[in-house]
Design a protein. Structure first.
Ligand SMILES: C[S@@+](CC[C@H](N)C(=O)[O-])C[C@H]1O[C@@H](n2cnc3c(N)ncnc32)[C@H](O)[C@@H]1O
Length: 277
């Protein structure tokens, strides 16, 4: 039988009344990916390991973000968390404005920029994406990047409406939202999984491709692809041991790729303003 938490991701409308403070408290209590290393938080060893684990577990991210493409460009990142992708953009020579709701996540991300000597390249800002224009001065960025964020805010369409203000005809939006038609969602609904590493995530909207197109109305969608099925045994993964679930281990690699392409948890969208031609 489905439990209440497992049912929540399907009921998108039920999230609209969740206070933003509840969202902030959740991410402050345990910033995303904070346990990607067991080294002392804030050390270089810690940040190196967090980065290595993130791109090992989510190897599609560099290909989606195309960090190298934004050298010398302005990047606005919405929902930077502890800053793994932020650092990658900055390291590749972008000038980054990195926004997050969570003060605890931002504190770790700021420390990370210091450790790598990249503070000059990144302006960290605490803000609610739904009210971005009241905090971040409006100007056009070359890239607006948001990976796994707008589906966690009570009113994703409002966050997207704010994002538009930071885009010109030549800007690109690279957005990841959770896919409704996904292996993960099937497992959540069946009571085997939950949206995030930590339980109790207050909001996790999911999107069909049509729903994502509606969320991005007014944008021209250049590509929309699906990726990422988490393959590891969780009991071992939390101990930093990487053993693939037996049902995935038994699959030919190409079969697993086909599953990811059609049922991946990450809906990866590249878009620009519709009237941008
Ligand atoms: C799943 S984490 C992703 C973090 C980062 N993008 C990454 O991939 O590691 C979601 C992040 O979105 C942030 N977030 C949620 N709602 C937000 C909002 N309304 N405005 C800004 N950030 C928000 C959370 O604080 C959290 O850091």
């Amino acid at each position: 039988m489905m439990n209440e938490a497992a049912m929540a991701p399907g009921d998108n409308a039920s999230y609209e009344g969740v206070p933003i403070q509840t969202v902030k408290a959740y991410w402050d209590a345990r910033p995303c990916n904070i346990r990607h290393s067991k080294q002392p938080i804030g050390t270089r060893e810690y940040f190196d390991e967090v980065e290595a684990r993130r791109y090992m577990v989510e190897p599609h991210i560099p290909g989606f973000a195309k960090f190298e493409r934004w050298h010398g460009k302005r990047v606005l990142e919405i929902g930077c968390g502890i800053g793994t992708d932020t650092i990658s953009f900055a390291r590749h020579g972008a000038q980054v404005t990195a926004v997050d709701l969570s003060t605890e996540s931002l504190a770790v991300a700021r420390k990370r920029a210091e450790v790598y000597g990249l503070s000059e390249r990144i302006d960290f800002v605490q803000a609610n994406a739904e009210e971005l224009t009241s905090v971040v001065p409006v100007s056009a960025y070359d890239l607006v990047y948001s990976f796994g964020v707008v589906h966690h805010t009570p009113h994703p369409a409002q966050a997207v409406a704010e994002i538009r203000h930071y885009m010109s005809s030549s800007s690109e939006l690279r957005l990841m939202v959770y896919a409704k038609n996904s292996w993960k969602r099937i497992m959540i609904d069946a009571g085997y999984d939950q949206p995030e590493a930590q339980s109790g995530c207050p909001i996790a909207y999911t999107y069909t491709r049509d729903e994502a197109r509606r969320l991005l109305s007014g944008f021209e969608i250049l590509t929309m692809t699906q990726a990422h099925i988490f393959p590891f045994q969780i009991e071992r993964y939390v101990k930093y041991e990487y053993e693939v679930q037996p049902w995935f281990a038994a699959m030919p690699r190409e079969m697993f790729r086909a599953l990811e392409t059609n049922l991946g948890w990450h809906l990866l969208i590249v878009a620009r303003l519709a009237d941008a031609s």
